[in-house]
Design a protein around this ligand. Structure first.
Ligand SMILES: [Fe+2]
Length: 373
């Protein structure tokens, strides 16, 4: 049966440099044909963020099934596509999950008596106070905010990075605006709705590089730390949320759980989009340990590694290039984890209750590098 799925590229405000995002309608996510999923998977690779409105009825099972089908359809080159492992990726062991669908996590803010069978949830929205090297002064804490941490949803140790993340907005606090401060001496600021998720394009990041830097990025590989999130747990973020400041707070190998050398990931700095063929600069700067250059040299000095990555990535998070999603209850957002970096944003008061459901499934193979056809 022919598909009626409608994909409309987002119209961004005048002066915006954002080149991604689309709204998708006329599809029943619970009962999709193969033709529907194919159109959605293609749109996903082309537009990177897809928004489906009015999906509040989507059950955790339907969300998981959709995420699995999309991942499978999106893993176009995988020879193992039929054996797709539904292993879920967890950002943190203390995340709350839906008891009857543990691949779906409940995230948000405030006390929730019951949601999908999970009881007495104390949801905590992350606050930059716990992670940044400098913080916004207390008297401005509800009006101003920061990017919490620019990242890719990935373990980056062991399993391949997930292709797609799906998030459903179940319950939101009353809408208000906040100002994101970059606080890096540039004066950059960005107005955004409370509790937005911010996206920046890895393709834009790559395209903004000089020819010399593009050549460097194409030939360089990024080594992620073993047990990356434990390794950097005490280190503090740059005020822009892009990478960490170097204060020697990372753990030494003997302070980490046993390391499996085969799980350490050394990935290309640029990942090729398997559908459009475009290159994206895709780096989760906060967990990078070393750079392996094309000429065989290794940059091991963390401060130098971070300086290079920051110089490469910062232009791509300029205010006019960042898409901040204005959530409405029932919004179902899927985003391309191999073409974008994203950040949680915002400062929610304790009584601002928010419930979101998130599903992230590990990829079946490593991302394609620049050399892929
Ligand atoms: Fe994330």
């Amino acid at each position: 049966m022919a598909s009626h799925v409608k994909v409309e590229p987002m119209v961004h405000p005048e002066g915006s440099g954002i080149s991604f995002g689309a709204n998708v309608s006329d599809v029943d996510l619970v009962d999709m044909s193969d033709a529907d999923i194919e159109i959605i998977a293609k749109a996903f690779y082309k537009h990177h963020v897809l928004v489906f409105k009015g999906q509040g009825h989507l059950s955790p099972r339907a969300q998981f099934e959709f995420t699995r089908r999309l991942n499978s359809a999106a893993t176009i080159s995988s020879p193992h596509k039929d054996q797709l492992d539904a292993k879920s990726f967890l950002l943190s062991p203390d995340l709350n999950t839906v008891p009857h669908q543990p691949q779906v996590q409940i995230i948000g803010n405030g006390f929730v008596l019951e949601h999908e069978g999970a009881k007495n949830l104390n949801l905590r929205y992350p606050h930059h106070r716990s992670s940044h090297s400098t913080v916004i002064e207390a008297q401005n804490a509800l009006d101003y905010t920061r990017f919490y941490r620019w990242h890719i949803d990935a373990d980056l140790y062991g399993a391949p990075p997930p292709v797609a993340t799906t998030i459903l907005a179940v319950k939101l606090p009353k809408r208000r605006m906040q100002t994101i401060r970059y606080d890096d001496g540039t004066g950059d600021e960005l107005e955004a709705p409370l509790g937005t998720i911010a996206f920046a394009s890895g393709e834009a990041m790559y395209n903004l590089l000089s020819e010399e830097d593009k050549a460097f990025a194409q030939s360089t590989k990024v080594e992620y730390a073993a047990h990356p999130y434990l390794w950097m747990a005490s280190a503090k973020s740059h005020p822009t949320g892009l990478g960490l400041v170097s204060e020697g707070k990372e753990l030494h190998d003997d302070e980490l759980p046993p390391i499996d050398p085969a799980s350490i990931q050394i990935l290309p700095m640029c990942w090729r989009n398997p559908v459009t063929g475009r290159l994206a600069l895709q780096v989760h700067a906060s967990v990078v340990r070393r750079l392996h250059l094309g000429n065989g040299k290794v940059i091991d000095d963390l401060e130098r590694v971070r300086d290079i990555l920051y110089r490469f990535q910062r232009p791509g998070i300029a205010p006019q290039l960042v898409y901040t999603h204005d959530w409405e209850e029932g919004d179902f957002v899927i985003f391309h984890n191999r073409g974008l970096i994203h950040s949680v944003v915002g400062t929610l008061a304790e009584d601002e209750v928010r419930i979101m459901r998130q599903c992230i499934i590990a990829g079946t193979e490593m991302p394609l590098g620049p050399g892929a056809a």
